[in-house]
Design a protein around this ligand. Structure first.
Ligand code: ZN
Length: 106
């Protein structure tokens, strides 16, 4: 699953998104909160960077579409990738994280 797949799932035209830097800085992200959701136009609740073949862009989303994005990514990504992201974020933040996984099938 790529960010282009996510935009296709949400029905967002990548060309309509603002260009972004490759790495998210908190100050930039804070300034984007409240901008219209790229999906429905309601006030934005969150923002993230999507990596596309022609460069990085901001994806501003309302609360509902932030959750829809997270759900799409969660079901589309192997859990090992999600754990790798958690480890990377914890290392970047300088905190220790213990992750417990429950396998509902087992
Ligand atoms: Zn929305």
């Amino acid at each position: 699953m790529t960010d282009a797949d996510l935009l296709l799932h949400l029905g967002v035209d990548p060309a309509a998104l603002d260009p972004s830097p490759e790495r998210r800085r908190s100050a930039d992200a804070c300034q984007r909160i409240g901008l219209p959701c790229a999906v429905c136009g309601r006030p934005g609740y969150a923002t993230r960077i999507v990596r596309l073949p022609d460069g990085c862009r901001w994806l501003d989303t309302c609360r509902d579409h932030m959750i829809a994005s997270a759900r799409f990514q969660a079901v589309s990504r192997p859990w090992t990738d999600i754990l790798a992201d958690l480890r990377e974020a914890a290392a970047e933040a300088g905190v220790a994280v213990t992750v417990l996984v429950h396998d509902e099938a087992g």
